[in-house]
Design a protein around this ligand. Structure first.
Ligand SMILES: [Ca+2]
Ligand SMILES: [Ca+2]
Length: 216
């Protein structure tokens, strides 16, 4: 079994771990930066930050997220002020509210460092994961499921992630094909949640969910 050394310089202590423990403890404690497993998760998170930081300002704000919502609702032809528009904006506000929790210095912006460090910690804590990432996953599912059939159809995913999020359309098509492992043309809510969990937690370079936010 692999071993990892942790502790202070005054008394270092070796601990045993298995992969789940390794991810949960070591990633949150920043003990394994050199390890390929954490490198993969960090690479995915840096990619998400780059995707969301459309203007390259180095920080995410409520405005940048609301602008994305505006683009998406316009594209989908949702009438401003309608119930549908209100539900969409409510979902986006919930999304920002979850993300604002990463703003540890309270300056109203989520920096790259706050984003990656915060999400590594959240993803490795089952309670926090369920409260924020899984809730956000459901928000995205509901945002995208425009026909309300309880399935994330390919075009719905492509529209949300290309128009709303800003990933290239061909990249979103490739990404969906990777995640739709049974080539059904849609993902169920459970399959979607599984893909999200793989994105934030999996250290397997071949996990289909790694493609959640397009090529990374
Ligand atoms: Ca901040
Ligand atoms: Ca649908």
């Amino acid at each position: 079994m692999p071993r990892l050394t942790r502790g202070t310089s005054a008394g270092r202590k070796a601990i045993d771990y298995h992969p789940a423990q390794y991810c949960g403890y070591c990633l949150s404690q920043r003990l394994c930066r050199e390890d390929a497993m954490s490198d993969l998760i960090e690479r995915k998170l840096h990619h998400v930050f780059d995707v969301l930081d459309i203007e390259g300002s180095g920080a995410l704000t409520a405005d940048s997220i609301l602008n994305a919502a505006e683009r998406y609702t316009r594209f989908r032809g949702v009438t401003p002020g309608s119930d549908r528009a209100e539900r969409l904006y409510e979902s986006i506000r919930e999304y920002w509210s979850a993300m604002a929790g990463l703003d540890t210095d309270g300056d109203g912006k989520v920096s790259r460092q706050e984003f990656t460090t915060g999400l590594v910690a959240v993803a490795s804590d089952p309670g926090m994961y369920e409260k924020s990432i899984e809730t956000t996953a459901d928000t995205f599912f509901d945002l995208a499921d425009m026909d309300g059939n309880g399935r994330l159809d390919r075009d719905e995913y492509v529209d949300l992630y290309s128009v709303g999020v800003g990933i290239g359309r061909s990249d979103t098509i490739r990404a969906f094909a990777r995640m739709d492992v049974h080539a059904k043309g849609y993902l169920t809510r459970e399959e979607w949640r599984g893909a999200v969990a793989e994105f934030y937690q999996s250290t397997d370079p071949d996990a289909p969910g790694n493609w959640l936010w397009g090529p990374y």
